[in-house]
Design a protein around this ligand. Structure first.
Ligand code: NAD
Length: 436
């Protein structure tokens, strides 16, 4: 194949976008493939499918700061609004040294699908900075966050695009973003970000919401697969906000968390890890490494542990076809965004491992972010019980609707979720028509 041809097929995998690198197509190429899998089910809406392969707005910003030692450092920041047909953009901000435009685009695309699959009135967006936040002092982190917020302030706002925490960011960062946006605007705008501290218009239950949604999806899948929660074995990769909280809820419901992995260690304890103790260890030590209540194993052995539930809750691209061939879980519940490649999805399907896809399983976070945004607009706040009850209602009804489509069309849950979501997004697109 000539170089030109190779480049052409590389760009085809990327949906034809020239500004991405065909030599490093993931994870945007996975998103494009997932969209292509829905094409046969779109009927007349297929006419609009290219919309989903072209992010509406892609902003790349330079974020310069003065470091504590007097030198100047520059960081690369992004905000991508993948689709705004159904409402303002919604999606997290990631601080991680491996962030790329390609990754932020894929994450924004998955937010479009997730919000539509659950029925939230948002489009999809995502942002990030290519930085190791642990290498910055608190002052440097604050200066970087405030400059970044000012730079993307051109396109965010309570009725335009509403960021939230993701990997490497938290409620404190959201407070800085809210303050910076409000200072620039000249008035307090609590609804510009979600996942804020409670004192600033944050919502009760938000911090736990994604892990809670993961647990609820596992419980619902277990009902269909005849898996009793009592005594079910659970394996979790990623022990942060999503993985740690999901693990705690599994354990509280009587399941046994037999293995946990993070960026510092992979640990196993067949009798069940004491999750609250492990969470306290991570809070004090920055990672699972050295936790005395479990034994270290090799990460490659981790993927083949026999269990009822495998919960990838770290980063994307973790379940490759090679790892999928060794998985001995009955259900994979995707806490992370994009943890399973499309080729690995096929391997898991052949091996009859049920996959509850990210766009459903980790939607609890954005659902309570939606509640936070609504509460901020009305300045009227709900109790935690109300929030958890509303979250459970939305998650269970979205699960049932997706399960039904999967049965009717004999497709995996991921394709079913994409069918529902793409119909909603493209119908909105078609109804609005093209401007001008
Ligand atoms: P976090 O920063 O709180 O935790 C991330 C965890 O992943 C940490 O335990 C970290 O050690 C681990 N990790 C990182 N690199 C790893 C590696 N190479 N191998 C093993 N473990 C590794 O982040 P989070 O908020 O829990 O997010 C985790 C995933 O869930 C991400 O994909 C994120 O996009 C997704 N997600 C988060 C939310 C949310 O509300 N926080 C919502 C939806 C989806």
């Amino acid at each position: 194949m000539s170089n030109d041809n190779a480049n052409q097929s590389g760009y085809a995998k990327l949906g034809g976008l020239s500004y991405l690198n065909p030599a490093a197509p993931e994870p945007w190429a996975s998103f494009i493939e997932q969209i292509e899998r829905v094409r046969p089910y779109l009927g007349p809406l297929e006419r609009w499918i290219e919309t989903l392969k072209h992010p509406k707005r892609t902003l790349i910003v330079d974020v310069p700061i003065e470091r504590d030692d007097g030198t100047i450092a520059h960081f690369e920041g992004y905000r991508v609004q993948h689709n705004l047909s159904r409402g303002p953009g919604k999606g997290g901000i990631r601080y991680h040294p491996a962030v790329t435009l390609n990754e932020v685009m894929a994450l924004a695309g998955w937010m479009t699908v997730k919000n539509a699959a659950i029925g939230l009135p948002f489009g999809g967006a995502k942002g990030g900075i290519r930085v190791d936040p642990t290498a910055l002092s608190p002052g440097e982190l604050q200066r970087m966050t405030r400059r970044f917020t000012s730079e993307i302030g051109l396109i965010i706002g309570p009725d335009r695009d509403i960021p939230a925490p993701d990997v490497g960011t938290n409620a404190k960062i959201m407070a800085m973003m809210m303050d910076t946006f409000s200072m620039n605007r000249g008035g307090t705008a609590t609804g510009v970000v979600t996942g804020k501290p409670i004192a600033l218009g944050g919502s009760l239950g938000r911090q736990e919401a994604t892990g809670r949604g993961v647990y609820l999806c596992a419980r619902e899948a277990g009902k269909h697969q005849q898996i009793p929660m009592e005594g079910a074995r659970v394996v979790v990769q990623g022990f942060g906000n999503v993985g740690g909280i999901a693990a705690r809820l599994f354990r509280a419901a009587g399941a046994r968390v037999i293995a946990a992995a993070d960026h510092t260690a992979t640990l196993v304890n067949e009798a069940g890890i004491d999750v609250p103790a492990a969470q306290a260890w991570v809070a004090a030590n920055g990672g699972l490494a050295g936790f005395p209540g479990a034994a270290p194993i090799d990460i490659e052995d981790f993927w083949q542990l026999e269990c009822e539930y495998l919960v990838p809750a770290a980063l994307e691209g973790q379940i490759t076809p090679e790892r999928a061939a060794r998985v001995r879980a009955r259900v994979v519940v995707e806490g992370a965004n994009g943890p399973t490649t499309p080729a690995a999805d096929d391997v898991l399907r052949e091996r009859k491992v049920l996959v509850v896809p990210d766009v459903l399983a980790n939607a609890g976070g954005v659902t309570v972010s939606y509640f936070e945004w609504v509460q901020d607009f009305s300045s009227f706040f709900w109790t935690e019980d109300e929030i958890n009850a509303r979250l459970e209602r939305i998650m269970v009804s979205a699960f049932d609707a997706i399960w039904q489509v999967a049965l009717e069309k004999q497709v995996p849950l991921r394709t079913a979720a994409f069918i529902i979501a793409c119909h909603r997004v493209l119908e909105a697109r078609a109804e609005r028509g093209l401007y001008p």
